[in-house]
Design a protein around this ligand. Structure first.
Ligand code: NAP
Length: 281
């Protein structure tokens, strides 16, 4: 038995098409401000994809390209300006930031109602409290949407998340807990990782190590979500050794193409929702 590929490209495209129609029908123009600091090539690529996706669905995007040596205070001043600009519905600060700037301090400066990336502590707290008002971070939200295409009721399933980052591991754990999964969060100090993973009905790898999860980690018939994007001499690889996991899992995401398109689709959706939160509440 081999796995069915969970290819998010099609789902992401469907979400984008529907969003484009909704924006057109409502005769609105949501607006997103994107801030990029320095000239990290990977960040440039991500920002360009986000700009293109926004333009396609009718979201206006204004990108602020700032030099590497900008101070935290200057960056906060720009965020304050955008927070107070009624035309701007969402603010996204592309990570990573230069080492001299504390990202948490910057992300906390964004007004929670404009925090379309879902990284503000208030939005994180609202998710933990299961409050509907929260913006879910884009990658975890996209992962849940993808899983729901093949399984609606996740209640009682064992979910193992490898990685406890603020942007993927931790929030996806809370979202799965809210779906009544039994959640285990593994990290670099976890012992007997393969034994833990073997019990996972849903296995989410967000480690950042190419092909770290081999076939022996996979429970037969599991849903395997590979978040990793690792640049190697053999091209981009996920955190999961695809060929081995493919032989055992029921569903698996490929890399590239598995989770990334959903991240962008969820950013568009959050920006659209931000417009209504600010204009109709
Ligand atoms: P991160 O902040 O570097 O976190 C990595 C996590 O993996 C940490 O919690 C770390 O544990 C854990 N870890 C490291 N070595 C481990 C080991 N040997 N055993 C078990 N756990 C281990 O990474 P991230 O931001 O979550 O990103 C992870 C990957 O996903 C990267 O490749 C990134 O590029 C990719 N990504 C993709 C998307 C997308 O849209 N597709 C979005 C975001 C990220 P400790 O906490 O103990 O250090």
């Amino acid at each position: 038995m081999t796995a069915q590929i969970l290819d998010s490209k099609q789902l992401a495209q469907q979400i984008r098409t529907e969003l484009k129609q909704k924006i057109y029908d409502s005769q609105i123009t949501p607006e997103l401000a994107v801030i990029i600091v320095g000239n990290d090539p990977a960040s440039e690529i991500y920002v360009r994809s986000k700009e293109k996706a926004c333009q396609e669905v009718g979201i206006k995007v204004e990108t602020y390209r700032l030099t590497q040596d900008i101070s935290a205070e200057e960056l906060k001043e720009l965020i304050d300006l955008l927070n107070n600009d009624r035309n701007i519905n969402g603010i996204l600060v592309q990570l990573p930031l230069p080492k001299h700037i504390n990202p948490q301090e910057i992300l906390t400066r964004i007004k929670p109602e404009k925090d379309v990336d879902g990284f503000h502590p208030l939005n994180t707290g609202l998710i933990i409290q299961k409050q509907p008002a929260a913006f879910s971070p884009c990658t975890p939200k996209g992962i849940l949407r993808l899983i729901h295409t093949v399984k609606q009721d996740l209640s009682g399933l064992n979910a193992v998340i490898i990685g406890r980052s603020q942007i993927v591991g931790l929030p996806v754990s809370h979202l799965l807990l809210n779906e009544n999964c039994t959640v285990t969060i593994a990290h670099s100090k976890t012992k007997n990782l393969s034994e833990i993973c073997k019990k996972a009905d849903i296995l989410i790898a967000s480690v950042g190590k190419a092909e770290f999860i081999t076939g022996e980690f996979i429970k037969p018939e599991a849903i395997v979500i590979d978040v990793g994007i690792n640049r190697t001499s053999n091209g981009i690889k996920g955190d999961v050794k695809f060929a081995e996991a493919y032989e055992k899992a029921a569903y698996i995401t490929p890399v590239p193409g598995g989770v990334g398109p959903m991240t962008i689709a969820m950013l568009l959706e959050n920006t659209y929702e931000a417009f209504f939160k600010q204009n109709h509440s």
